[in-house]
Design a protein around this ligand. Structure first.
Ligand code: AMP
Ligand code: GLY
Length: 428
């Protein structure tokens, strides 16, 4: 089987390394890929958002499957375009990817089908939003741009001044473009956050091992929001009892709602949850694998990912038993100094072997490129150093030992990945 993976970050590297384990795979391709992925798959310089370019590449390579990993091509309808040309795909079609592509759509769906989420109001003009906030006068409050915004479309406003500033930058200055033509203002929820990625063929939903992201740039959850500075799996706050409740009140209702709406969701559906004092609630849906959640979830997957992909394509997910390792995983992201603001790229990375790896860890490349045979930094998040072990403590120990062996100028990483999760675990 020949598979083309669309994307070029740490998530795609984790997907490719998992696909590479399958005895069914003859060739792996990636577009655009990166310096680490290039060691496992032939990379082509086609942008992940270039629908015509990807369709043309899939034709040229005569692939059997195209795995579309990032949010923007999914929301733009890349899967529809590929299927129209006869390709088998992994990922939702445009009419289902809207679950991530429009917060207004997802909130309205949850309201209609009684899926627990924060209370919310939708606004089309700044004046209406401001009038609502004056009247409600409850802070903190949460303001979200409707569309995709590189994970930066959510503002938690502590007071009226911050709220009005957010409304103005999203709706008037259009810092996220058309994504900001509508906004959602919602209730501020509290509680531990859990990411649950799931496989679904539109009818059956199979949750993967739970995980916990660390979104802020600095230790102690300080500093700016980032794409994610590290993850651990499983998430100890997500008990079997909570998992059962989520299945009943959130996962199945969401899959059935999408089916009823004529938008069956196939691929990976990501549930961003908050375990509030009033029970688990949906913070957001993503229409794809999370980054860097994938980096801790897929190493724990025992079942062949290609088999899962086929079962989803054939809508026979109910016939497959998906198995997980009874282990923990930790991923520590090494970022360019300054990320998520200004940073330098093109710096040589030392400590990696010829495959861009180090012994005992999976080193998922997020922002690297090859230059003169060397691996160089090329993005904000550079590497996700990941380890699995019999316990979270040991996984963290191995991942951090890996981080210590890798150097590049101004490398920045959080020293406290997994600390919050460890607090939730009973002392042994
Ligand atoms: P999102 O981009 O939707 O994942 O949101 C980014 C982060 O904002 C989430 O991971 C939460 O930490 C926070 N957040 C989003 N919505 C809410 C909410 N209603 N209440 C509290 N925090 C929220
Ligand atoms: N790590 C959060 C996301 O992938 O959206």
């Amino acid at each position: 089987m020949k598979i083309l993976v669309v994307g070029g970050g740490g998530r795609e590297h984790a997907i490719i390394m998992k696909l590479a384990e399958s005895p069914q795979v003859d060739a792996l391709y990636c577009a655009p890929g990166n310096g680490g992925i290039a060691k496992y798959a032939e990379c082509f310089p086609v942008k992940a958002t270039d629908i015509d370019g990807i369709v043309a590449l899939a034709k040229k390579l005569e692939v059997d499957y195209v795995f579309v990993a990032p949010d923007d091509p999914l929301v733009m309808g890349m899967v529809d375009a590929l299927q129209a040309e006869g390709f088998h795909t992994f990922g939702p079609k445009k009419n289902a990817a809207i679950l991530e592509g429009s917060k207004v759509f997802s909130k309205d769906l949850m309201q209609k089908y009684h899926i627990p989420t924060a209370e919310y109001h939708v606004f089309h003009t700044p004046a209406d939003a401001q009038a609502f906030l004056k009247e409600a006068n409850t802070y903190p409050t949460v303001i979200k741009a409707d569309g995709l915004a590189l994970g930066k479309g959510v503002v938690i406003a502590q007071n009226e001044e911050e709220a009005f500033a957010a409304i103005s930058s999203i709706m008037e200055d259009k810092i996220f473009g058309e994504s900001g033509s509508q906004i959602v203002i919602e209730e501020f929820l509290t509680g531990p956050e859990v990411s649950v990625l799931s496989f679904t063929d539109g009818k059956t939903v199979v949750p993967m091992v739970s995980s916990m992201d660390h979104k802020r740039a600095l230790d102690g959850d300080m500093g700016s929001n980032t794409g994610g500075m590290g993850t651990v799996a499983p998430n100890p706050y997500y008990t079997p009892e909570i998992a059962r409740e989520c299945m009943e009140t959130i996962f199945l209702p969401t899959i059935h709602a999408m089916q009823k709406e004529g938008r069956p969701f196939q691929g990976c559906l990501y549930f961003g949850l908050m375990l509030t004092p009033k029970g688990p609630k949906v913070i957001e849906y993503n229409c794809r694998f999370g980054d860097p959640e994938t980096q801790v979830v897929l190493p724990l997957l025992k079942t062949d990912l290609v088999e899962i992909m086929q079962a989803i394509w054939e809508e026979k997910l109910d016939q497959l038993e998906i198995q997980w390792k009874d282990e923990s995983a930790a991923c520590v992201v090494m970022a360019s100094g300054g990320y998520p603001k200004k940073y330098t790229t093109g710096l040589p990375i030392s400590g990696l072997d010829e495959n861009g790896q180090i012994e005992g860890c999976f080193v998922y490349h997020a922002g690297t490129k090859l230059g003169d045979g060397k691996i160089l930094t090329s993005g904000g998040r550079v590497l996700g150093v990941t380890a699995t072990a019999d316990s979270l403590r040991n996984a963290l120990k191995t991942a951090y030992a890996g981080v210590e062996k890798i150097t590049f100028q101004n490398a920045h990483y959080r020293k406290d990945i997994g600390q919050r999760a460890l607090k939730a675990l009973p002392e042994l």
